[in-house]
Write a protein that binds this ligand. Structure first.
Ligand SMILES: *Cc1c(COP(=O)(O)O)cnc(C)c1O
Length: 372
């Protein structure tokens, strides 16, 4: 490849080349804040006030950001959203769950409950990548598993509570922090902080409704591995701690980001910025000769993760390799989707100028490959 000769022109070069869907761009100012804690934070006990005050700020900050009504609580634990699926199979699903499966992440939760010997086989409603299915109320179901943003395909789904009293469990890992939510529409709204919250992985957070808390309490008598026991997680969360040792850097960066989001106008403002980011990226792809949005229904195009098909004459793998050599990283398609595609995160930390430059850089790289 000749890209070492044809360097990306300076005016097409994003100031920050991180466009990955997670781990995602972390603000340098948050890192500087973390470094400036010096000897007072990292390396101190997570059971003491220094760290517990950070956990307290996270729990209070998320309640404020989401305007959670009385009776809702913010829970947290180690292991990320993936561990939360395992925990939910013990502590939130009583007998049978319904799963809307439309990509890799929604499919993984369905696999957890299918394999769980203590649960009935779930009701799985599937639709092809690039679309999403609709929830169907079912009397045998006590928990509905929805995914607000399917990170593997770039499909967003509006939250609608099915009729009946099943709990609504929402995987919001790549949408949390970018959209205002009506607390009526979920019982557990859970996510990991290395996506829109621009922190590190290894942690899960869940906004849980009174009905969700009641279910956790009712299932305390069911055996669960202690590290996946939501009753234990609830008791520890109420003390502003986790059951076992968390990564303190993750907590710091998350607390910093929540403050930053509140100061920037909260979720309404975040949603407006997300729409503007989406018009930059999808607007370009709609106009481009070499690119087109993978999700054809505009109303379900994600405003945090854009999946953009690349014309077959250009190999998207080569395209992303050229850009990677120029410092533009992690826009490769989700590997299991298997399309000639790029995937671009538009999280709140990603500057709109950089998104515009990225679209120009992609055109430049495509032109470069076509001429190569
Ligand atoms: C990233 C992601 C996950 C997995 O998160 P981990 O922190 O790796 O467990 C789950 N669901 C969605 C929608 C995601 O984007």
């Amino acid at each position: 490849m000749k890209h070492d000769i044809h360097r990306l022109p300076i005016d097409l070069r994003p100031a920050d080349g991180r466009f990955g869907s997670g781990p995602s761009k972390v603000r340098t100012s948050a890192l500087i804040g973390l470094a400036s804690t010096g000897s007072t934070y990292l390396g101190t006990s997570h059971r003491r006030d220094g760290v517990r005050s950070v956990v307290h700020a996270i729990r209070a900050g998320l309640s404020e950001l989401y305007g959670l009504p009385d009776g809702f609580e913010v829970l947290l634990g180690n292991g990320g959203a993936t561990a939360f699926w395992d925990a939910a199979s013990f502590g939130l699903i009583e007998r049978r769950s319904e799963h809307l499966v439309f990509g890799e992440f929604s499919g993984k939760f369905a696999s957890v409950t299918t394999a769980a010997p203590h649960l009935d086989d779930p009701l799985v409603i599937e639709s092809p990548p690039g679309t999403h299915p609709a929830a169907v109320a079912d009397e045998s179901v006590d928990a509905y598993a929805l995914t607000e943003n399917e990170t593997s395909t770039g499909v967003a789904m509006a939250l609608n509570r099915p009729v009946g009293d099943g709990l609504v469990l929402v995987d919001a890992t790549s949408s949390a922090g970018t959209l205002p939510e009506d607390a009526e529409s979920f019982d557990a709204y859970y996510f990991s902080p290395q996506k829109a919250f621009g922190s590190e992985g290894g942690l899960w957070l869940a906004l849980v409704s009174p009905a969700g808390l009641a279910r956790i309490d009712a299932l305390r008598s069911r055996w669960a591995p202690a590290s996946l026991d939501l009753g234990i997680a609830l008791d520890n969360s109420r003390k502003d701690q986790t059951y076992n040792t968390p990564a303190l850097a993750t907590l710091y960066l998350l607390a910093d980001q929540i403050t930053w989001m509140i100061d920037a106008g909260g979720l309404e403002a975040a949603a407006a910025r997300g729409s503007a980011a989406a018009s930059i990226v999808y607007g370009w792809a709609d106009r481009s000769e070499i690119a087109s949005p993978f999700v054809t229904d505009r109303s379900i195009r994600s405003h945090t993760i854009a999946t953009i098909d690349i014309d077959d004459r250009i190999d998207a793998g080569q395209l992303t390799a050229v850009l990677r050599a120029e410092g533009i990283v992690d826009i490769e398609a989700y590997r299991k989707l298997g399309r000639n595609q790029v995937r671009i995160a538009m999280f709140p930390n990603i500057d709109h100028d950089d998104l515009s430059r990225l679209t120009l850089a992609i055109e430049w790289a495509a032109g470069h490959l076509a001429g190569a």
